[in-house]
Design a protein around this ligand. Sequence first.
Ligand SMILES: NC(=O)c1ccc[n+]([C@@H]2O[C@H](COP(=O)([O-])OP(=O)(O)OC[C@H]3O[C@@H](n4cnc5c(N)ncnc54)[C@H](OP(=O)(O)O)[C@@H]3O)[C@@H](O)[C@H]2O)c1
Length: 339
Amino acid sequence: MSDLFPALVLREDDGKVAAAVEELRDEDLPEGDVTVRITHSGLNYKDGMVIKGIGRLVRNYPHVPGIDFAGIVEAADDPAYSPGDAVLLTGWRVGEAHWGGYAGKARVKGKWLVPLPDGLTARRAMAIGTAGFTAMLCVAALEDHGLTPEADSGADGDAGDVLVTGAAGGVGSVAVSILSNLGYAVTASTGRAEQHDYLRSLGAARIIDRAELSEPSKRPLEGERWAGTVDTVGATTLARVLSQMRYGASVAACGLAGGANLECTVLPFLLRAVNLLGIDSVMQPTGNRLRIWRRLTTDLPMDRLDALTGEITLEDLPKAAADILKGRVRGRLVVTLPA
Ligand SMILES: NC(=O)c1ccc[n+]([C@@H]2O[C@H](COP(=O)([O-])OP(=O)(O)OC[C@H]3O[C@@H](n4cnc5c(N)ncnc54)[C@H](OP(=O)(O)O)[C@@H]3O)[C@@H](O)[C@H]2O)c1
């Protein structure tokens, strides 16, 4: 590889953020103890926000976005890594507070890296990315709080459905795939009628229109419906879902695609012992990261992962960023860097 490498660079002018592919050199990279030659990155909702300059996630420009990357170590001052090691990175505010993965190279702290798990290619690791890692965190959190495919959690004796909201998005698609593979009956909530066949192909047993959940509830408690929920939407959807959880069941709340507010009563917690589990992928301790990546290699069927993955380039990112913020991206998009 020549000294020059391509990168998507964000520059701010008069409060407006513009993105363009530029050529950078090693000496442009920020400080860190490991330099990685990046082969793949991915697109997440947060990348959309960063590229479009929404939410003041980036304070210093010029900036290289990309909250995930996978590649090969080129140089390392951290004894845990050597040149040639295959690694990946998600979280730690890389791509927000530190330059990220939309570039031929990145320089980061070694402690932020994870060795590429056995059985995963760099492309598949980035097809999973932060979104898929978060989906697995959600499923693990639900199980840590008692969810099993066999649990007799309903008054009528059946195990009950696990609900996934924002199901055709990145987190949602991976969550549907994992849960159905583990033997759960999955209800997928989506606003896109044209994605029903896609969601069934990932293993959804039932599909509901997201409008069913996005209207505020007239009552603090509705009929007990869900054995567990992975919620990527937040706002009135999360409030509505809380009022429909079965006794003792849990909601893993990881997203705000529908808004950041939450207006609800405490009655689901007090009268139905419902658990609201907060999920953060960014600052997860290394031990749990390794556990979650190991589970992804066994619990997420690779043929379904391939089926939910599309591919784009650095040049495609500004449009893809606008699309993901409008809820128009299906599943996951991998960004392939030039060799
Ligand atoms: N906590 C964490 O660490 C963490 C990590 C990753 C992601 N997240 C968050 O999780 C959410 C999903 O991320 P993602 O990467 O999966 O994004 P995504 O691919 O855009 O998926 C979001 C999905 O939400 C649904 N949606 C969009 N706008 C909506 C609206 N106004 N009302 C109701 N539903 C709407 C759409 O699904 P349908 O078309 O199927 O309805 C969309 O595909 C984001 O809020 C993201 O910030 C959090």
